[in-house]
Design a protein around this ligand. Sequence first.
Ligand SMILES: Cc1cc2nc3c(=O)[nH]c(=O)nc-3n(C[C@H](O)[C@H](O)[C@H](O)COP(=O)(O)OP(=O)(O)OC[C@H]3O[C@@H](n4cnc5c(N)ncnc54)[C@H](O)[C@@H]3O)c2cc1C
Length: 397
Amino acid sequence: MKDQFKVIVLGGGFAGLQAVKTFLKKTPGVDLTLIDSNAYATMLPALPDVLSGRVPRAALTREFTEIFPKGVRLVQDRITALDLGARLLAGENETYQYNYLVIANGSMPAFFGFAPKSGTLHTLHSFAAATALRAELLRLSREADHATLLIVGGGYTGLEVATFAHHGYADLRPGLSILVVEKADDILSFVPEKTRRTVLAYLRSIDVELKTGVSLEELSSTEATLSDGTRVHNPVVCWTAGMQGANDTIAGSFDQSRDKRLQTNEYLQLPKHPEVFVAGDAAALSDGESVLRRALIFAHDSGRRAALNCALVMQGHTPQPFRPVDPGWVIPLGNISVGKLFGSVPVGGRWGVRLHYLLASVRHFGASQAWEFLKTALVLGRSPDKPGRSEPPDQRH
Ligand SMILES: Cc1cc2nc3c(=O)[nH]c(=O)nc-3n(C[C@H](O)[C@H](O)[C@H](O)COP(=O)(O)OP(=O)(O)OC[C@H]3O[C@@H](n4cnc5c(N)ncnc54)[C@H](O)[C@@H]3O)c2cc1C
């Protein structure tokens, strides 16, 4: 009977890929479709390396046709609407009927109503966005005597952008200043004071300026105005101040949490639509007490659990609750890192950065890319400011 079911996985990130792999294993006969607006999957945690040049850009993405040569229909389309009643997804090219749906379309930047007068707010939420940011930095570094990479948001992504851009200085650094503005009074409030001081000293040592208690007030194509009155000439602005679920565009009528992640039951189903499962950043995943941070491990595990549960429901069985296991986290900041493993083991220095690349190599979508991350982990940072590799601009959008 399961052969008659049409199953759609929306989004080919860590959650969607894991869901497809699980369906292929558990329900080999099912009519399975993966829809993504891109033709390739992206190693999101390594996007700061588009700026550093440490990892070849070819290693940061992989075509879906290479990941899944058979067993699943691969569709490149951007979904713009979802009709839960009619069980229909509408894309820019086509509409798609489903019996079961796994929503795994990740997150997108949240701008909290900020709209520039003119000029561009760059982000780091996709490969195309990261490549556009790098291209703009290169252009301004070449054409202007002086330009500033202005990073709005001193969270982990903002600090990764600042430090990784610094490490790509062979291409980017001449005539380029790096400034991070953070609205809160301090950065990394979740790390111990000693660790925070280490990070602040490191930022100073690589000439990254940090302004706390300051926000971006206005942006034009030639100037940014900050809330402390500072005017920044020739800014390249990278917005890293927040993320929200990517469902805003497709599902205005859903019950959603404040940051637009979808609320599910413990089986990862939409409460009123048990035929719809949600995984990864798109879901307000919970450990039973609080909503989990957006992280690769939870995306991976929830993608698997959503597909397993969908298979169980299709076969008339009872689904199993999603029980997340948190092995910890590590944030690479250029040549140093902060992190905590298994709830209490601190991670720092270059070992943490190596660990970050090792994890990327384990979680990667292909052997050759995994090897690039492994190599990066092994040779990392022989000198404190090892310049990044120069590469030709990538044409992919
Ligand atoms: C810069 C950066 C650094 C990070 N660093 C780390 C880290 O060090 N460690 C860690 O654990 N986590 C990190 N994360 C978070 C981690 O990458 C995410 O939690 C994880 O990728 C979420 O996986 P996902 O499958 O839910 O979504 P994604 O990986 O975002 O995949 C979503 C997919 O859906 C597609 N899609 C979206 N909307 C549509 C649509 N309307 N139609 C069709 N397709 C659509 C997208 O193209 C994409 O392929 C980082 C994230 C970023 C952005």
